[in-house]
Design a protein around this ligand. Sequence first.
Ligand code: GDP
Ligand code: GDP
Length: 447
Amino acid sequence: MLIMKPVVAIVGRPNVGKSTLFNRITRSRDALVDDFPGVTRDRHYADTMWNEKEFTLIDTGGFLLSDDDVFATEIRQHVEIAVDEADVVVLVLDGRSGLSPFDTDLADILRRSEKKVFYLINKVENNSQRHAMPEFYSLGVDKFYSVSAEHGIGISDFMDDLANALPHYDPDKDGNNSGGNQEQKEICIAVAGRPNVGKSSLINRLFGEDRLVVSEKAGTTRDAVELVVEHGGCRFRLIDTAGIRRKGKVKEKIEKFSIIKSLKSLDVCDVTLILIDASEGITDQDITIAGYARDRGCGALFLINKWDLLEQDEKDQKKFMNDLRMKAKFLSYAPAMTISALTGLRTHKIFSMVEKIYDEYSYRINTGLLNRIIEDALFRAEPSLHKGKRLKFYYSTQVAVKPPSIVCFVNYPDAVHFSYKRYLLNQIREMAELEYTPINLYFRERT
Ligand code: GDP
Ligand code: GDP
């Protein structure tokens, strides 16, 4: 059974405090994010947790096309899509500026839906503001939460109720680990890319009728379709959350805000195939999508599709790859291939490349070897002093796979400079032969 991490979408008109609320809820967990400088994109979504309930929080306002020219229709569309795709929706209203006709409009859409919706009146910092609330009751909503996102007032009561409303998510029971045969390797893949890059053509080529398709069934999520194919003794599962394979009129609307579905599928996959249209070059949107894969910490493979349309010149290929490496520095571990979903150029190599990535992604480094690698690296280049004191590394251990996550116990975790961290990561990559997987490296104080 396929269980995906629930998604909570924050909606509302501009300036009501959506991003402040988003930050308030997610901030406490920032320390756990293994961030890379250079990835300076604004974060409008984050995995977070309240009362042991895990979920992904999305600030839909962050995905508006432009800041200074916000169209009401665009916001309304985000609300409609959030209603379709998120598990819980939070409508934020502004207790200071009061009710606007647009709020009424949004609330109408939400009331008609069957989704669980929370109505927040934000910027309520004292009792006199509370008295301004009756006008909100004209929305016909039973329960409001009056909060101050900025000052943290009322947030925890609201969050307790929100967490209660969320479906339970247990990652150990998700699709990755189901399936009867424990011996057989099963790799879960996702296909990502902007509209028209060739996702459905590629899926049909990899999972099409002429393949041994083991199953095609709907998951527990309404729209997720799961395809399974066997190749070289290995099972490849594709979770098609975006309904890429079933094309139709709904497609366009969905793709405008496919972030929710993309995040869901990237969250359950081991390796994501990031498709880029060679005939259009590398666009900002491609890089944004690549950024999601980076954030999700899954393995990634760039597929430069429609290569048949280009002069298949080695120089071209090199230029394209250099451009990709420049623009997607944060995914330097993701290999890249030029393909054509249409003609089948190199598509037969995709599964074996995915398997290679997966093997590294699920690799467990022997603890003895790991500590020797670190010792060696320290010996070759000592870390700089921290306030005149020596930085000491005591012991390192791999705490998780998918992706390999390593903790080094040291005396001053904050004193490990980013460049030194990068040096250690490179040493681990080289010595443990982990070229294609993301690796998390954390520093903890020895207790
Ligand atoms: P968004 O456009 O909905 O994401 O709104 P922002 O989060 O950017 O907030 C808009 C403005 O309202 C900012 O100036 C915030 O500082 C302010 N704001 C947000 N939450 C509160 C609050 O709880 N109380 C007060 N007084 N101001 C707030
Ligand atoms: P999606 O929106 O990402 O699912 O893209 P589609 O698979 O629907 O492809 C969009 C268009 O690009 C269709 O007209 C395809 O026939 C075409 N297309 C897909 N892959 C290739 C390719 O490798 N070469 C060429 N020339 N066209 C392709």
